[in-house]
Design a protein around this ligand. Structure first.
Ligand SMILES: C[S@@+](CC[C@H](N)C(=O)[O-])C[C@H]1O[C@@H](n2cnc3c(N)ncnc32)[C@H](O)[C@@H]1O
Length: 359
């Protein structure tokens, strides 16, 4: 009988023992077949995109000003109602009731205000941005702006943001009262009864966007008028007006009356003085055409240029209408910055842009 092999002591791995151990070791048992278990996917959390703080503050302003409405059950339905009126270009129905106005403002004004802030600060041209720039504290300046169709507050909020941000670096002399400051005066004109909404947005914007140290005092007066009516007060737009805006409003005017809208634009020359700017934005696409009769459609940009500047590009015949074209784009984008937090959708916008200057 062969001698019993020495069983190596546990843990002792001397050379000889190893040899013995390897000789006597049991044959390795067949490795158990492992059943395939898919690995859990490694979830890489996308880094949260933080929205630019100025834009987030602007959007938050709407959240603060309209918080109960934003969470109300009936809001979605009301927005749908307004949307279908707008789709049918039935603007009087869309803006005819306070509930509709409130639904419109929470749904569309935040994105509009973001776009307008950008337009006023850099997106249009230097001449427009200069309206919001007040220079040194020593020379008190007054700027007068008339915004047609501006009841929904997008213009007001965009303008306050632009005034604040463009003039932020300037120091305010201690003890300066609001009346001693430079003055930014906006007349927001609209046919619909936007007064209470405009007031609420002015109050919240002044509390949250405009710093106490701002060198500029912002005033906003809401005026309910039909700009196409014969009794539209002649002095709302006047020789002191620095800027007139029609932002996403021109199509509505043309829908109401092409001759009256043409006459309205025609009247601006007499009322204003050289240097005054006229800014028009309108949705690109179907809203940027104007129907004349049953079968004729004009591109709105062409119609505006022809009415205001008086130059027919096809015949190169220029009339002297008292305005020059400073900037013209038929399809411009404003893209909503990533990461903005708001209860409802914020949409990027494509639009036509015109800037004219009185000569
Ligand atoms: C599509 S909304 C645009 C509102 C705002 N500018 C914005 O960008 O959100 C058009 C505005 O023009 C106003 N409007 C329409 N016809 C008008 C008229 N004849 N006179 C004054 N405002 C008018 C409407 O009441 C409405 O508030």
């Amino acid at each position: 009988m062969p001698p019993k092999p020495r069983v190596p002591r546990k843990g002792h791995m001397g050379r000889d023992d190893t040899t013995v151990a390897s000789l006597t070791a049991k044959r390795p048992t067949k490795a158990k077949k492992e059943t395939y278990k898919p690995k859990a996917p490694v979830v890489v959390e996308p880094e949260e995109i933080v929205a630019p703080k100025e834009e987030q503050a602007l959007v938050d302003l709407f959240t603060n000003a309209f918080s109960p409405l934003l969470t109300s059950e009936s809001l979605k339905e009301r927005i749908q109602t307004v949307k279908s009126h707008l789709y049918n270009r039935d603007y009087l129905a869309a803006f005819g009731e306070l509930d509709n106005l409130q639904a419109y403002v929470v749904r569309w004004s935040p994105a509009r205000a973001l776009c307008y802030r950008w337009i006023f600060m850099e997106g249009a041209c230097d001449e427009i941005s200069r309206v919001f720039e007040f220079g040194g504290r020593r020379n008190k300046k007054v700027r007068n702006v008339v915004s047609i169709g501006a009841g929904a507050g997008g213009e007001l909020v965009g303008m306050i943001a632009a005034v604040e941000e463009i003039n932020r670096d300037q120091d305010l002399k201690e003890g300066t009262t609001d009346e001693d400051k430079s003055q930014f005066c906006l007349k927001a004109v609209d046919i619909a009864a936007w007064g209470p909404i405009c007031d609420r947005l002015l109050k919240t914007s002044k509390e949250t966007l405009l710093s106490k140290e701002s060198v500029v005092n912002v005033k906003c007066e809401f005026l309910q008028h039909d700009v196409l009516a014969s009794d539209f007060p002649a002095d709302i737009i006047n020789q002191e007006t620095d800027l007139i805006t029609l932002l996403f409003t021109t199509n509505e005017l043309y829908t109401q009356s092409l001759p009256k809208t043409t006459a309205f634009f025609g009247s601006l020359r007499e009322k204003t003085s050289p240097g005054c700017l006229l800014l028009v934005l309108e949705s690109a696409g179907s809203y940027s055409t104007v129907k004349l009769g049953e079968d004729k459609e004009y591109p709105m940009g062409w119609l505006l240029d022809y009415t205001i500047v008086g130059k027919d590009e096809e015949t190169a015949a220029a009339r002297s209408n008292g305005w020059k074209l400073l900037k013209k784009e038929d399809s411009k984008w404003y893209r909503i910055p990533a990461g903005l937090k708001y209860q409802l959708e914020l949409e990027s916008m494509r639009f036509l842009l015109r800037v004219y200057q009185r000569v």
